[in-house]
Write a protein that binds this ligand. Structure first.
Ligand SMILES: O=C1C[C@@](O)(C(=O)O)C[C@@H](O)[C@@H]1O
Length: 256
């Protein structure tokens, strides 16, 4: 049974899955415009994909940028993410920099959640602990933009992330055939029912996997990512389309 986590006014892990919109702007004005659109469309959550930001290597600009994004978002909870090249993102940075930037974001007090790539970094449990000491929550994440491993491997990855002390567990994988999409959904359902009480976020990417972005309510994924402009990963829907499809599915679920 999943225990919900409340971030500001948003409850993750209970009710319908929450819609999160990534911000992929490369500079201040693009980011503030995206944040304004996210607020207008009333997304549940926003994610700053700071690996798209050209100022990332100027660590001292991060707190100011985070403060401005926070002001533009109002009360919408913010996830701070640096997606590295090895997990399908744009950041080519050292371990030291990854640690420094994620901690700086946490210490700013303006990012509610910090995404940590669980399998790609050193001393990750220690980093998670240090981030949590600032009051921010941690999403342990894993991404595979090439393929979907077998169910046992996916399940073990969730179990490892669960043991890390992170608050939320996230997995995004690329399907090569329909069975991969079904496997991801099945494993997520099993993990949320039998292995962890933490909220889980799971998606199968690409067009083939896009059904997994609609149906989280049925298989145990508590957040889904959607766009107001540029997608941050393949297969994402525009927010309004996704909201309509999720509401239609929810209606059927409660009728049953
Ligand atoms: O981890 C995820 C999920 C994601 O890769 C997706 O497939 O929607 C999009 C990313 O921005 C986010 O950090």
């Amino acid at each position: 049974m999943t225990k919900e986590i409340q971030i500001r006014e948003v409850r993750i892990g209970s009710g319908q899955p929450k819609i999160c919109v990534p911000m992929t702007g490369k500079d201040r004005s693009a980011l503030l415009e995206e944040a304004g659109r996210i607020r207008d469309i009333k997304a549940d959550l926003a994610e700053w994909r700071a690996d798209f930001y050209e100022g990332l290597s100027h660590e001292e600009s991060l707190p100011d940028m985070l403060r401005e994004i926070r002001n533009a978002l109002g009360e919408i909870p913010l996830i701070f993410t640096i997606r590295t090249v090895s997990e399908g993102g744009n950041a080519e940075i050292s371990e030291k920099e990854y640690e420094k930037y994620t901690l700086t974001a946490a210490e700013s007090g303006n990012a509610d959640l910090i995404d940590i790539e669980y399998f790609s970094h050193e001393n990750v449990s220690e980093l998670i602990r240090r981030i949590q000491m600032t009051g921010a929550k941690v999403i342990a994440s894993t991404h595979d933009f090439e393929k979907t491993d077998d169910s046992k491997t996916l399940k073990n990855r969730f179990i490892d992330m669960d043991a890390s002390g992170a608050d939320i567990l996230k997995m995004a994988v690329m399907p090569q055939r329909f069975e991969d999409v079904a496997d991801l959904m099945q494993v997520t359902s099993e993990v949320t029912e039998e292995y962890t009480e933490k909220p889980v976020i799971a998606m199968s990417m690409g067009n083939l996997g896009s059904m997994s972005r609609i149906a989280g309510e049925n298989f145990g994924s508590s957040v889904t990512f959607a766009t107001v402009g540029k997608a941050s990963a393949p297969g994402q829907f525009p927010v309004e389309e996704l909201r309509m499809m999720m509401n239609a599915l929810h209606k059927k679920n409660v009728e049953d």
